[in-house]
Write a protein that binds this ligand. Structure first.
Ligand code: 0WD
Length: 253
């Protein structure tokens, strides 16, 4: 399905990362991938994970460092000469902003969360677009807290709202050049980032009890949806936020 396609995957921290599940699905379908990481600690994880992969790149790309972002895309351009898809799976907010009241969010925490979790999407889309000469697909990861109040999710919910809105604006800007932009709103999954949100186990239990499918989503199900969105199977879809949450978001009382 993705033979001869080149993808870039941002946000693999370890093998539990949503980005890694997406990457595995794309590789199964024949894609070649460039992975980016933030900081040396994560470089080691990625180098191990990708050790037996062919024709891959593992490059630094901390989105708060514009020079590093520029160099990452130059490296991809030099090696592959093109890009077909990009999976953006990064987010960050200071831990103290992910508990207590949203009311108490500091200016610094707000700006950091919005910069890394939301601004990074237009930032990397701008760098990716010139490489997507035959059109392309950009996929980002959101969460229900963008739309409804989720205890402790706080500023990250506000950042995800900006991310989902950015998805629509970018889809409109890039659509004429054949580039699609979509978000996946995933149900809660126990990853490294998720542990930063207080009472994650409470979220998981709540979804298991209330979602139509009476269970939590598997990370491989998010990977499958990312595969669908980067492949030609979704060619008529852009600017959407697609829920992969066992139906949790449809429930009222
Ligand atoms: O329940 C969940 N796990 C959900 C996650 C439900 C719905 C959505 N998401 C979203 C997250 O908000 C995020 O956008 O999915 C995306 C991926 O999250 P993940 O797979 O749950 O988390 P993780 O494996 O930790 O990957 C996120 C990575 C970072 O990891 P750490 O844990 O070291 O913060 O985002 C990257 C980093 O690799 N990251 C950055 N990348 C580049 N520049 C930066 C940065 N400045 N900061 C964080």
């Amino acid at each position: 399905m993705l033979k001869d396609k080149i993808g870039m995957v941002l946000g693999v921290a370890n093998k539990r990362s949503i980005a890694w599940a997406c990457a595995e699905k794309c590789i199964e379908q024949g894609a070649r991938l460039a992975f980016t990481y933030q900081g040396e600690r994560l470089e080691r994880n990625l180098t191990k994970l990708t050790a037996d992969m062919d024709d891959t790149l593992v490059i630094p790309c901390d989105v708060t460092n514009q020079e590093e972002v520029d160099t990452a895309f130059e490296t991809v351009a030099t090696k592959y000469r093109k890009l077909d898809f990009l999976i953006h799976s990064i987010a960050f907010a200071p831990r103290e902003a992910l508990e207590g009241s949203y009311l108490d969010t500091s200016r610094e925490a707000f700006l950091t969360a919005l910069e890394i979790s939301a601004y990074s999407l237009p930032q990397v889309a701008r760098a990716a677009a010139p490489l997507m000469k035959d059109g392309g697909s950009i996929v980002t990861m959101s969460y229900y807290g963008a739309e409804k109040v989720v205890e402790n999710y706080n500023v990250m919910g506000v950042a995800k709202a900006a991310l989902e809105s950015s998805t629509r604006y970018l889809a409109s800007d890039l659509g004429p050049t054949g580039i699609r932009v979509n978000a996946i709103s995933a149900g809660p999954i126990n990853t490294l980032s998720a542990r930063g949100v207080k009472n994650m186990s409470g979220f998981l239990k709540h979804v298991e009890e209330r979602s139509p499918l009476r269970r939590n989503v598997e990370v491989t199900e998010v990977g499958n949806t990312a595969l669908f969105l980067v492949s030609g199977l979704s060619s008529g879809i852009t600017g959407e936020t697609i829920y992969v949450d066992c139906g949790f978001n449809i429930m009222g009382i």
